[in-house]
Design a protein around this ligand. Sequence first.
Ligand code: PEP
Ligand code: MN
Length: 338
Amino acid sequence: MLVVMQRSATQEQIDHVLSVIKEMGLTAHPLPGATRTAIGITGNTGAVDAQPLSVLPGVFDLIRVTKSYKLTSREMHPEDTVVQLPQARLGPGTFTVIAGPCSVESEAMIMHTAEALAERGIKLLRAGAFKPRTSPYSFQGLGLEGLKYLHKVRERFGLGIVTELMDLEHASAVEEVADLIQIGARNMQNYSLLRKVGQMKKPVMLKRGLSATLEEWLMAAEYVLSGGNFQVVLCERGVRTFADHTRNTLDLSIVPSIKKLSHLPIIVDPSHGTGKRDYVIPMGLAAMAAGADGLLVEVHPHPDRALSDGAQSISLPQLDLLLSKLKRLEGPLELKLV
Ligand code: PEP
Ligand code: MN
């Protein structure tokens, strides 16, 4: 259920509605909008008895939300959400490129990469300190030491840090360093982790699970929003299909589907989505054309020497090419490349 307040509703009237919802044993989520406030209601097992709410002063309308996901749905929140980071924003009108290596490999390597990215106008650097690897024998990331280097990157180059949180144990260490906390595909349905980031003050990037449907993905995001953290960006990174010419099948049609059903920004990861560096530029351009709010791209100064995901990492000259091609599309698509 969504309670839409009148444009002229006072803060006192809004507070009164919030307290009545609480008295009904339900949870109220105030959703301030550009012109009026709406209040989402969750916690009900059946239909909400709207009568006591409909007569309260300042209430304009009551709307039943039909989808199983509530707070993530456009029904409940018609305006697009903007995820605001200190260095950049993710949302309508902009196309934000998040770039960087799969993993932090050493201090020298991440500093060198960060400098090259900052020189190219990139505002947000991605790099994993904790890596979810298929094999326990593969490089697992530098862990806390990697976070320390990412902190230095932030200090030295002013880049926003996007890095993965894999488990509850490292929640506060990652929260401290990250500007955008990445929840990886393998953890999309790790509900205790989702509840944890739902309580955090930092924005969250939720990657799509390896074989998650749109509804499962939005339900996962619902865990974060229902904890009070509305700063969530979705990231399509390909799903498992029968097709084996690429590592995963990048599902670009989920971009307009998400846009229709949810207010959350969605970015696309053509690196994990294809697994092949030669496909990153075409699929990155296609993501922009499909209406995505940005890209997450793996970039490495020496892709063939990368300790993880080298095959899908683009080189710096390839990043230059990607950026120049995106730049040519931003005007016709009425976007601003960030
Ligand atoms: C990554 O971004 O490096 C990563 C591990 O991604 P995913 O969770 O999508 O596999
Ligand atoms: Mn990777």
